[in-house]
Design a protein around this ligand. Structure first.
Ligand code: PBG
Length: 323
């Protein structure tokens, strides 16, 4: 056996590839901020911006032009309160972004993050009693957020809060209101991760005290990811997400071997920031590691990939570098 025989020419190497990528699998995260005429760069994520709704045109046009058809919105409201009421407000920031996008870019598939941390004054992902995040009270609010997003035009909702039982509650609320065809992509295995640091700067959502370890998962655990995923499958999730991506390829691989739902990985803000910083220092080939990171997620078993590099990856696919 001579494995090198199949590595002889670019055509042959491509022919025998075990992993294939397609632009239709890419999802691009977009930060929308309340206000006018805003396009501000996120300090820890060079090349990523916060857009006001009146400037969304620019990024949506670029996204479509790259061939990426799906986005996930994150909202940054002007006002926050204890109970995160901005998250389900009729004219909340994500709701406005959805109406704008559905009206002006009907080809774009709109996913929304369902969580409270960007909307609460304390920065936690739920309703507090003392210093504790209350599970069931939060789940009720999450279902209300989901319905308000669906009413504003969301094509899919993605709960990222890690409360117990939220998928079931959201499914019921969507069904009861006639949104029987709105899929739920559940952040099922979401680890308490330092990789979210830049996102929290981007969205102003860092907790004002404590951390998220009482709801997000401990990164020492593997079996627990399966427990979370199985619960979400039972509760009616349509797509399972694992997050972050890069340090969690083992989890993706385990889950994708036994779960027969589409699996999505979220390559998070810290992964993006690390690539940008090290490439800016001249230490690595930026394009090269973007390609390698993306392919590793698909090789591990995802069929969908949320990444701040979505537009770049689409270009690399066009150029035949990967795919
Ligand atoms: C909301 C949410 C977070 C991310 C996605 N949804 C932040 C967090 O849990 O602290 C992180 C995404 C990223 O880092 O790119 N809960």
């Amino acid at each position: 056996m001579k494995p090198r025989r199949l590595r002889n020419t670019p055509t042959l190497r491509k022919m025998v590839r075990e992993t294939r990528l397609d632009k239709s699998a890419l999802i691009y995260p977009i930060f929308v901020i309340e206000g006018d005429n805003i396009k501000e760069e996120i300090l820890s994520m060079p090349g990523q911006f916060r857009y006001s709704v009146d400037r969304l045109n620019e990024v949506l046009t670029e996204t479509l032009a790259s061939g990426v058809l799906a986005v996930i919105f994150f909202g940054i409201p002007k006002e926050k309160d204890e109970i995160g009421s901005g998250a389900y407000a009729q004219d909340g920031i994500v709701q406005q972004a959805l109406r704008y996008t559905k009206r002006n870019f009907p080809a774009i598939y709109c996913i929304t993050d369902i969580c409270m941390c960007e909307y609460t004054s304390h920065g936690h992902c739920g309703i507090l009693e003392g210093k504790e995040v209350q599970n069931n009270a939060t789940v009720e609010v999450l279902a209300n957020i989901a319905i308000s997003h669906a009413q504003a035009g969301a094509d899919m909702v993605a709960p990222s809060d890690m409360m117990d039982g939220r998928v079931k509650a959201i499914r019921k609320k969507l069904d009861d209101n006639g949104y029987i065809n709105t899929p739920i992509m559940s952040y099922s295995a979401k680890y308490a991760s330092a990789f979210y640091g830049p996102f929290r700067e981007a969205a102003g959502s860092a907790p004002s005290f404590g951390d998220r370890k009482s709801y997000q998962m401990d990164y020492h655990n593997t079996d627990e990811a399966m427990k979370e995923v199985l619960l979400d499958v039972e509760e009616g999730a349509d797509i399972i997400m694992i997050k972050p991506a890069l340090s969690y390829l083992d989890i993706i691989s385990n889950i994708s071997k036994v779960i027969n739902l589409p699996i999505c990985a979220y390559s998070v803000s810290g992964e993006y920031a690390m690539v940008k910083a090290t490439a800016a220092a001249g230490f690595v080939d930026e394009d090269g590691i973007i390609c390698e990171m993306a392919v590793s997620a698909f090789r591990a078993g995802v069929s969908m990939y949320i990444t701040y590099f979505a537009k770049e990856i689409a270009r690399f696919i066009d150029e035949g570098r990967i795919g």
